[in-house]
Design a protein around this ligand. Structure first.
Ligand code: 2HA
Ligand code: ZN
Length: 290
């Protein structure tokens, strides 16, 4: 991780043309358009490789230092692009440098070093503890892991009012809503109790679930999705949100046919995924009530 100084000067390029900045600006714009990130809702952090950053940004020029909520030795020397605290996803595309930041966790893990962006005294997302703790846990189970994404996906949030929060039952219902679900998230969805956002406690509870799931639900608030790429984390949330949308459309109607346990088993087999144990043999919400 701790590598040499880059040999080349970073290439001169408009900030919104830096590939990892563009990708963040575009994905946050999509989330806002979906209505998942009202006002300053939502936050994203993405691990970057040093060479990738050094191509565009002087990694030896620390602009500012921040004190993280806790030392992050596990992430020492890692580079991140993150959304800023209080920033509106709507605005990122027009002012990436004001709304996003590129940071390095110092080599001793005690500080955050701002290398680019977060202009005018902006600071990283208020959910940084949850992001860092989730990155640490996901990296332990998947070395390819890079992205943590949080938003207020509308139907997913709505579903946490009317469906049991028992996570296996919640997962089973989602799997039943669209044929692709069990293939996209065979590891199911983790659910934590309602908690105050922005705290280290909610970060710890989220990260604990991240040991076994790539997606974690915050009841009456939103969702965390993770993945090896922005597309993957976004696609995971998108798929869960689609299933939740179907649920909210049909749960109150008489169900005439459904995806059966056998069909879910067949799907898993056909696509070579292993469904989280203990879910396929359970009854679900839509089955119980009709
Ligand atoms: O950044 O979504 O959970 C605002 C939030 C906090
Ligand atoms: Zn939120």
């Amino acid at each position: 991780m701790h590598t040499m100084m880059p040999e080349h000067q970073p290439i001169a390029i408009a900030p919104d043309q830096i590939p990892f900045v563009r990708e963040m600006a575009q994905i946050t714009r999509s989330m806002w358009r979906f209505g998942w990130d009202e006002r300053n809702g939502g936050n994203v952090s993405c691990i970057l490789e040093e060479q990738e950053v050094a191509r565009y940004i002087d990694v030896n020029q620390v602009i500012r230092r921040f004190q993280p909520a806790f030392p992050v030795h596990e992430l020492a020397g890692r580079y991140f692009i993150v959304t800023g605290s209080g920033k509106y996803f709507k605005n990122i595309i027009d002012d990436p440098e004001g709304n996003l930041g590129v940071l390095r966790v110092s080599y001793d893990g005690e500080h955050l070093e701002l290398l680019w962006g977060l202009k005018n005294g902006a600071v990283p997302t208020s959910e940084l503890p949850a992001h860092f703790m989730s990155h640490i846990e996901r990296l332990k189970v998947d070395p390819q892991h890079r992205v943590v994404m949080h938003n207020h996906a509308t139907h997913t949030l709505a579903m946490t009012f009317v469906h049991t929060l028992e996570e296996n039952a919640f997962t089973r219902t989602l799997w039943e809503m669209c044929t692709e679900c069990i293939v996209v998230f065979p590891d199911g969805i983790g659910v934590i109790p309602w908690m105050v956002p922005g705290s280290s406690e909610i970060g710890r509870a989220t990260a604990l679930k991240m040991k076994e799931h790539r997606a974690v639900l915050w009841p009456q608030h939103g969702i965390f999705g993770t993945g090896a790429t922005i597309d993957e984390a976004f696609g995971l949330i998108e798929t869960i949100e689609k299933a939740a949308q179907i649920y909210m459309k049909i749960a109150h109607l008489p169900i005439r046919q459904r995806i059966t346990s056998q069909q879910l088993t067949d799907l898993a087999q056909a696509f070579g995924v292993t469904p989280r144990p203990g879910i396929l043999d359970m009854q679900t919400d839509t089955q119980q009530t009709k």
